[in-house]
Design a protein around this ligand. Sequence first.
Ligand code: PLP
Ligand code: COI
Length: 353
Amino acid sequence: MKIEKTLRSRIEEMDFNNIVFGNQYSDHMFCSEFKNGEWKNSIIKPFGNIMFSPISLVFHYGQAVFEGMKAYKDENENVFLFRPEENLKRINRSATRLEMPNIPKNIFLNGLKKLIDLDRDWIPKNYGQSLYIRPFLIATDGVLSAKPSKDYMFMIISTPADTYYKHPLKIKIEEKYSRSASGGVGFTKAAGNYASSFYPTRLAHEEGFDQILWTDSSTHTMIEESGTMNVFFYLNNKLITPKANDNILSGITCKSILSLAKKEGFFVEERSLNVSEIIKGFHTGELKEAFGCGTAVVVNDFQTISYKGNNFLLPNIAEKKRISFYLKKKLLDIQHNRSEDPFGWRVLLKRDL
Ligand code: PLP
Ligand code: COI
């Protein structure tokens, strides 16, 4: 792999005391091209603009998939990736569904590790902070016909990250719009899934909500996920999350929380979850907590859930007594190398690879 280091690092411009998600990008980026059926020209170079033909398929037919992952520091500034092979598997599931080539393991992992090693100074040091890493794959072929591209570009960029939401969320159960449909691409990280959520999310913002809780597209009665989060409900003394299906993105954070919760002795259920169970849980007082989780968000409590114009308030439990807080800490402790890693999730990034 070719490595072209920047001649002028921008790290001095980075304000680590005021980290705004996506505001500043690390010095370098990784690129690899897929041409004539082969991956070639892998390179790490200074972060900067890229140029493609205006007829590149990505601009017209949305052949684009991406990932979200993080690198963390421990107190001695060792750097760890969290379950990177899960992101590789998922970007390739997404790519397959969008008729794009799979990214070979060595290109994904070597590119990722070298890039993050080179930009390790961009990883914030504090607990809960991290470097958010964005691998993405786009169709670059310049033909206007509506057919899959022959050429693609795989890239990785990164941005320092702190707490994504600064408060518990007000959530609206969506009954009109849908994020995904059975047989569609909801289980992938296709860029278009996000584009199509922006309009209904803006309407929800205008009504005073932070995020939408998506329901199934045919009956709007089954709970799916929210914003960029999988969701958990602590209902009838069980931690319940909708089982991932082809409408729901199978979250790596969600899978990790499930493993941790089981290990910690919680009763855990992954199953279909009806909106009526949640509403009943509010009435009986059996719904104690609800929260979302994802790479960018980590774990974030819900404060209210609104359904058919009624706002239901979750019980006001002190933060440190919440199950969400307990599980979030367990997860962050593993990510920041503050605890044992019984599941083998951490990947230490060696220096000067
Ligand atoms: N659901 C959606 C739609 C997302 O964008 C994300 C974020 O990546 C998640 C769920 C959570 O997935 P993960 O925990 O792998 O980040
Ligand atoms: C992630 O959590 O990795 C995401 O994809 C969220 C991002 C869209 C901000």
